[in-house]
Design a protein around this ligand. Structure first.
Ligand SMILES: *Cc1c(COP(=O)(O)O)cnc(C)c1O
Length: 430
C-alpha cells in the first residue's frame, strides 16, 4: 500500500516510509491510496475467526508488501496478547473494555504494533531511529512500554511536570533502557510545541532520523480499527443496529472506526463524545471549524483544542459535510455531567467507569434519545484506577489496584528536567 500526504505536496510513500517518517515532508498526515473492502465471506465467517486472524485480514492490505505475511502474523500475535471484552449494561448500552493491556489504556495496541513494525524495519539497519513524543498522560506510558528494548530505537518522551497522574508518571519514568523521560516545566501544549519545533529543525533532522509515535503515525492509528470488528464479532447475533460512542481527543480512534466501516463492517453510526474541548461538536452544528486552546478537564486525555486526525476523518467522507454529518454525531459534556454519569453507571449497573468512558456513556444516552432502537457501544479507553482520585471521590468507594498498576508503584522515577527548546535540542544532539 502506498500513502499520500493530505497536504498533497509530498511524494507518495510506502508503509515503511510512512512509519519511519511519521509525518510527510510537507507536514501532511499520510492516508492510504485505496481501501479495498473485506470480502462478504470474512463477515459471514467471523464467528470462526480468532482475534489475531481478524486483525491479520483487516490490516494486511495496509502494510503489504513491506511486512511479509508470516512476520505480520507474529507482530499481531505479540500485539494482541490480552482480551477486549464487551460488558452489557442494558438492552441498549454496552461497553467495550480496551484497558486490559500492560498500561491499561487503549493506546497499548497501537503502540505495541508500531514498535514491532519499527523493530522489524530496523533489524538490519545500523542507524538509530529516535521516537519523539509529547504526552498528556496515557500516550507516554503506552509508548514507553511498547518500545522497551526494541533494537535501534530510542524513545524520548516529553511530559508536563506535575500535570499527569502519579500512576501515569510512574509508567513513563521507571523503565530505563532505551526510554528517556523529559519532564517539562510547562503544560502539554508546551511539550507538543517543542516536539513540533524539533520536527521542523533541519539541524536536527539532518543529523538523526526522528519519528513520532502519536496517532498521526499510520502504524499507531490503523491497528485501532481492530476494536470495532472485535466488538461486532461479540454483538452481531444479538443486535442489528450497532453504533459506537468514542471518547475523542485527537480523533485517531474514531477515525480508525470509520476505516473499519470502509472495510465493510456494518456499523450504523458513530458518536464522537467530547468533554468541553468540543471543536468537532461545534463544527457539526455550525459547519465552521474553529480550533481553540485546550482547557483542562477530568478526562484529560481528551483535552485537545485542535484534533490532529480530524483531517483524516474529512478525507474518508471526501470532504463532503453532509456525508460526514449523516454518519457522525458529536456531543460535548462538562466535568459535572461526567461525574454524575460515573455515579449513575455505578448505581444503576454496578459498573465503575473512568471519566473518559463516562463521557462515552453520555454520548450513547444523548444519541439513544433520538434513536431508541440502536444498540450503542461506548469504548472504555482507560482502566478506572488510572484516574483513582476522581473515581474514588465520585463513587465513594476504594478501588483495588490491578497488577499492572501495582507493579510500577514501587519503582523509582527517573526524569531529566527541561524548560526550553534549546535544552531539548541539546539533549537530542548529544
Ligand atoms: C488518547 C485517549 C483518548 C482519545 O483518543 P483519540 O484517539 O486521541 O481521540 C480517550 N481516552 C483515553 C483514556 C485516552 O488515553
Amino acid at each position: 500500500m502506498n500513502y499520500y500526504s493530505l497536504n498533497k505536496k509530498a511524494p507518495n510513500a510506502s508503509f515503511k516510509e510512512a512509519v519511519v517518517k511519521g509525518l510527510a515532508p510537507d507536514k501532511g498526515l499520510y492516508f492510504p491510496e485505496q481501501i479495498t473492502p473485506l470480502s462478504p465471506s470474512f463477515f459471514d465467517n467471523i464467528d470462526r475467526l480468532s482475534y489475531t486472524e481478524i486483525a491479520f485480514e483487516a490490516i494486511k492490505q495496509f502494510v503489504s508488501p513491506d511486512i511479509p505475511e508470516p512476520i505480520l502474523k507474529t507482530i499481531i500475535e505479540d500485539t494482541l496478547s490480552f482480551d477486549f471484552p464487551i460488558v452489557k449494561l442494558n438492552e441498549n448500552i454496552s461497553t467495550l473494555e480496551l484497558f486490559h493491556g500492560p498500561t491499561m489504556a487503549f493506546k497499548d495496541v497501537g503502540a505495541r504494533f508500531m514498535a514491532r513494525c519499527l523493530g522489524y524495519f530496523n533489524k538490519d539497519n545500523n542507524e538509530q531511529v529516535t521516537v519523539l513524543v509529547a504526552t498528556s498522560g496515557d500516550t507516554g506510558g503506552a509508548v514507553a512500554n511498547g518500545f522497551l528494548g526494541v533494537k535501534g530505537v530510542n524513545v524520548v518522551i516529553l511530559y508536563p511536570s506535575g500535570k499527569v497522574s502519579d500512576i501515569q508518571e510512574k509508567q513513563l519514568t521507571t523503565l530505563g533502557r532505551n526510554i528517556t523521560a523529559l519532564e517539562v516545566h510547562g503544560n502539554f501544549d508546551d511539550c507538543q510545541a517543542m516536539v513540533k519545533t524539533a520536527f521542523l529543525d533541519e539541524q536536527l533532522t539532518s543529523n538523526m532520523q526522528l519519528t513520532s509515535a502519536n496517532s498521526i503515525n499510520v502504524a499507531r492509528w490503523l491497528p485501532q480499527l481492530f476494536y470495532f470488528i472485535f466488538a461486532y464479532k461479540q454483538l452481531h447475533h444479538t443486535y442489528n443496529d450497532i453504533v459506537f460512542s468514542v471518547p475523542s481527543g485527537n480523533f485517531g480512534n474514531v477515525c480508525a472506526g470509520m476505516m473499519a466501516q470502509a472495510l465493510g463492517l456494518p456499523i450504523a453510526h458513530f458518536i464522537a463524545s467530547n468533554n468541553t474541548n468540543n471543536v468537532v461538536t461545534r463544527y457539526l452544528q455550525t459547519q465552521h471549524y474553529k480550533p481553540k486552546p485546550s482547557v483542562q478537564t477530568i478526562s484529560n486525555a481528551m483535552d485537545v483544542g485542535e484534533p490532529s486526525n480530524f483531517i483524516r476523518v474529512q478525507e474518508i467522507y471526501k470532504n463532503t459535510f453532509s456525508d460526514l454529518k449523516d454518519n457522525l454525531s458529536s456531543y460535548s459534556f462538562t466535568d459535572d455531567e461526567t461525574k454524575a454519569a460515573m455515579l449513575e453507571i455505578y448505581n444503576d449497573f454496578n459498573y465503575v467507569a473512568d471519566p473518559h468512558g463516562a463521557v462515552g456513556y453520555l454520548g450513547c444516552k444523548a444519541y439513544l434519545k433520538e434513536n431508541p432502537k440502536a444498540h450503542c457501544v461506548f469504548l472504555e479507553t482507560a482502566h478506572p484506577t488510572k484516574f483513582l482520585g476522581v473515581v474514588e471521590e465520585v463513587i465513594n468507594k476504594k478501588q483495588p489496584l490491578p497488577v499492572q498498576i501495582q507493579s510500577v508503584m514501587g519503582k523509582e522515577k527517573e526524569s531529566i528536567i527541561i524548560s526550553t527548546y534549546d535544552e531539548l535540542k541539546g539533549f537530542l544532539l548529544k
